[in-house]
Design a protein around this ligand. Sequence first.
Ligand code: FAD
Length: 431
Amino acid sequence: MSGSTWRNWAGNVQASPATVLTPRSVEEVSAAVRQAAAQGRTLRAAGTGHSFTPLVATDSVLLRPEGLTGLLRFGAGTATVAAGSMLHDVNVALHAQGLALANMGDITEQTVAGAIATGTHGTGRDSASLSAQVAGLEIVLADGSVVTCSRLHEPELFAAARLGLGAVGVVTAVTLDVVPSFLLHAVEEQRPLDDVLEGFADLAAANDHFELYWFPHTDRAMTKRNNRVGPGVGPAPLSRLRAWRDDELMSNTAFGLVCRAGRAAPRLVPTINRLSARAWGGRTYVDTSFRVFATSRRVRFTEQEYAVPRAALVPLLTELRELVDRFHISFPVEVRVAPADDVWLSPAYGRDTAWVAVHMFEHMRYAAYFAAVEERALAVGGRPHWGKLHTRDAAWCAASLPGYAQFTAVRDRVDPDRLFSNDHVRHVLGD
Ligand SMILES: Cc1cc2nc3c(=O)[nH]c(=O)nc-3n(C[C@H](O)[C@H](O)[C@H](O)COP(=O)(O)OP(=O)(O)OC[C@H]3O[C@@H](n4cnc5c(N)ncnc54)[C@H](O)[C@@H]3O)c2cc1C
């Protein structure tokens, strides 16, 4: 197929690839890669376009994910899925087998390969990003060869490819660590922001999955504490009406109207936010893990997220209080945690991390706000989420990321001609 336009979810990235292919087998991926290499073209693999950065954009060859889906096999504590499977479908298929992923982000519309390629994460005291939950990969390299890798077999390729920005090869199957299905007890309640920040270390340590949303221009934060239930505790999900009211009406329809009002009249944002914070009640329920982790997000936005050392969180949020006023920000600031991991390009590499995410409603100028937040996050040692907007380049990455040299050594070995590249990849990883 040729001549179609590709757009990401947020609508801030568009591309017109000369060739669009939807391979249905690893052999077809390999053939596409060999052909692109023989013609001296570049090739990018797409997931479902949920990255805000132009990682997928190409005017050359684009591989779509829809032909490579499904649960392939189980191992001891692992499940292997085709790389283009959507996380939502993986959750449902695993659940049918009494299995689950230990942790995930707050939506499940991404593909497995796309999610791991940028280090997609949720919040967790003990469980880290999806990239850290990968046990093995099948990947097509730039010469068209199909290689499997894991911690024991081709460990360096594995270390690079489980968070590879699509620059190491085309992942065709992913083996994920899985755990027995579990229920989460969700407690969501508003608290004064100062109290939450003062007790942040304890809250992060005392809960399996702790996160907070701070409503800008208010001193209120919505806290979410999700914990695995003990034996004998059964599900107590929200009623359908309550789930619809909270997750569709309030979080999407009403929130969308609030964002529109704020976009039309920025000076009213503090008042609007104070009213909306008041309307946002708490709730408690028990449900299957992935129904608690993930929600539906229909309000479109752009986003930046930085991983900072845990101890830097409170000083950083103190600075953000001044910034949200200056930029009339309506979107809640989201804070999550992750344990240190060992994935080379992971922003949580080697250190316990607090994630700070800032958002801007669609069609609003985000650059100045994101730049101001980025400057402050960098000042405390922040590292960017690769799928969310940032301005870091290869020189910064080389100087600031401990796993970067090892990553680029693998990239140089397996893709010396930079088949898997585009402008953004060159900016971040170098020529
Ligand atoms: C509404 C929304 C909510 C989000 N929530 C979270 C969250 O809670 N936590 C979080 O960390 N992030 C979150 N994100 C970001 C998102 O998870 C990441 O950007 C993720 O990478 C998107 O996956 P995708 O399938 O859409 O991949 P795409 O964005 O399409 O691609 C991402 C990268 O994956 C590569 N890729 C895709 N397929 C392959 C393949 N087969 N082989 C090799 N490389 C491949 C691409 O080349 C590209 O580099 C959110 C984004 C949105 C829009």
